[in-house]
Design a protein around this ligand. Structure first.
Ligand code: DGL
Length: 265
């Protein structure tokens, strides 16, 4: 049993798509979330910058005495996972890539054509391809960077009329050329527009790494006897800039009560 909170972080509102399924599974848990809304997006920045920003946040969360650190950001997970583990050796660190890679390898075979949509940093890192092929090197994997999506989602422009043209801009040729039948939402912002993507590409099987991260956090807490036993206290959501869309998305999170605090580095 461990009643301390779980730390989640992302460049902005994306990581909220990991927090929601975690709290649905484990309602006694308490989360301390950090969204780096003042410095988003991470996915078009240099690797050293992503590492430096994420270390600042990870240290901040460690100082809040979190029992586990969930990197609710594919960009950070793809280039800074080992770095953060080394820098914070006393806290278990879980990222998005490995749990999703295991799920993909378990549910796909060589007849599938797997498409990963993600940020530029994630795509260029090759982290998804590497982790998936390590589990099954018979799989067909293609990746595409979709850099315009995160800023739109941060602005709350998630209705189909607003975002469907941009989704088609990136995916039409990609899906047709590679005959994609399985699409991985390789950025935690994208589950906010999962319904629109599914509606525009109805025949495609969508895999959601935000859900697999939540599942992996829950499994690790259970396995290590670290579940919270006390009735839940309010989660705390920090952001480096409290924007309207950040507040709006938190309100939608679960109808949960929350405290939003601004934090500067
Ligand atoms: N939500 C993040 C991810 O999963 C970061 C997106 C960004 O800031 O570009 O990659």
């Amino acid at each position: 049993m461990d009643n301390r909170p779980i730390g989640f972080f992302d460049s902005g509102v994306g990581g909220l798509t990991c927090v929601k399924p975690l709290l649905e599974q484990l309602p006694n848990e308490r989360v301390i979330y950090f969204g780096d809304t003042a410095r988003t997006p991470y996915g078009s920045k240099g690797i050293d910058t992503v590492k430096a920003f994420s270390l600042q946040i990870a240290r901040f969360l460690r100082d809040q005495d979190v029992k586990m650190l969930a990197i609710a950001c594919n960009t950070v997970s793809s280039v800074a996972m080992e770095y953060l583990q080394e820098q914070l050796p006393d806290i278990p660190v879980i990222g998005t890539i490995q749990p999703a890679a295991s799920r993909i390898a378990a549910c796909c075979d060589k007849t599938n054509s797997i498409g990963i949509m993600a940020t530029k940093v994630t795509v260029n890192s090759g982290a998804y391809q590497h982790a998936i092929l390590k589990e099954n090197n018979d799989l067909n994997i293609h990746a595409i960077a979709c850099p315009a999506l995160v800023p739109l989602i941060e602005e709350g422009l998630t209705k189909d009329t607003q975002i469907a043209p941009i989704i088609h801009h990136y995916l039409d040729d990609f899906v047709a050329e590679h005959r994609i039948d399985t699409l991985v939402l390789g950025c935690t912002h994208y589950p906010h527009i999962k319904g629109v993507i599914q509606k525009e590409f109805p025949g495609i099987h969508i895999i959601n790494p935000s859900q697999t991260l939540a599942d992996a956090v829950a499994a690790a807490l259970k396995k290590n006897d670290m579940l919270a036993a006390q009735p839940k206290r309010d989660s705390i959501f920090y952001a480096s800039d409290i924007s309207d869309s950040f507040l709006h998305m938190m309100e939608e999170l679960s109808g949960d009560r929350f405290t939003a605090l601004q934090m500067e580095f």
